[in-house]
Write a protein that binds this ligand. Structure first.
Ligand code: A2H
Length: 255
């Protein structure tokens, strides 16, 4: 944990069809809020991660929209000026929290990605005490995301364990969005293969893979898609972040 506050962007992933555990929100605009440090990678989203045992509430924003995230994130948001949550966060589910496992399979409309719908899937490495407890998955550029998606793709028993249907996983190929010299356009895959990462539980190697591509991607990576195609990642990042904030598709968040 760093001493400096991290500037996250909360990406609003619109729930296209409410799961049973959120049925009481019928008729509302409901979003999963995913905290990211890499808003410029949103073109490559293929799915969204929740921790199966993590707990989530549904919090009303000042504009009437509803954000599904951890209670901890809702409380933090309520203290931040740029947030639209004012006062004590109000969980629209009352005292009830929903578990990540009950959100699996929820269809989402995610900003900027080329897939019209992506699905909520389980990842073991989701921390309940970081960000919102919801992570948007960009397997082209995030080793954790790449490996967790590979695990689901390759292990039918793992899909079965969480009731994950093939059609929520198998059609979602990695989208090349950023080119990093020496790593190509699928840098997460390149790093995981080079280090022979075995599964999402291979923490040490995954941290090494992250290190390998993170700095180099930021300073030497070049956008290959979107409005900022051709620009360096370091220059494109604040521009794409502003676009997402301005268009109401994201919120600023720090912790
Ligand atoms: B990043 P830091 Cl393309 N549990 O977003 C586990 N991981 C979480 C999380 C949680 N509760 N909340 C956020 N994260 C992930 C994109 C991305 C990210 C790319 C490349 C690297 C990367 C797409 N996933 O992060 O410990 C989110 O994944 C590598 C650092 O606060 C978030 O940014 O530094 C990142 O971890 C924040 O991790």
């Amino acid at each position: 944990e760093g001493v400096q506050p991290q500037d996250y962007t909360i990406i609003k992933l619109r729930i296209a069809e409410l799961p049973a555990c959120l049925a009481c929100l019928q008729g509302r605009d409901v979003f999963l809020g995913a905290a990211t440090l890499r808003p410029e990678t949103m073109y490559g989203q293929t799915n969204c991660w929740v921790g199966p045992d993590c707990e989530y509430g549904a919090y009303e924003l000042a504009n009437g929209e509803v954000l599904v995230c951890s209670a901890r994130a809702a409380l933090n948001l309520s203290f931040q000026n740029q947030s639209k949550v004012f006062g004590k966060p109000h969980n629209l589910l009352g005292d009830r929290m929903v578990l990540g496992r009950d959100l699996i399979g929820t269809p989402l409309r995610a900003p900027l990605t080329s897939y019209p719908v992506v699905y909520v899937l389980p990842m073991m490495n989701v921390s309940a005490t970081k960000g919102t407890g919801v992570v948007t998955s960009v397997p082209s550029d995030a080793p954790d995301d790449y490996q967790a998606l590979q695990d689901l793709r390759e292990k039918a028993a793992f899909r079965q364990k969480f009731g994950v249907r093939d059609e929520w996983v198998l059609p979602f190929a990695v989208v090349p969005i950023i080119e990093i010299p020496g790593f190509g356009t699928e840098s997460a895959k390149a790093a995981c293969e080079q280090l022979k990462v075995a599964s999402q539980n291979d923490r040490e190697k995954l941290d090494k893979a992250k290190e390998m591509v993170y700095m180099k991607g930021f300073y030497e990576g070049v956008m290959r898609v979107g409005e900022q195609a051709g620009r360096k990642v370091a220059e494109a990042k604040p521009l794409i972040r502003e676009l997402l904030l301005r268009t109401g598709q994201a919120m600023a968040y720090s912790e």
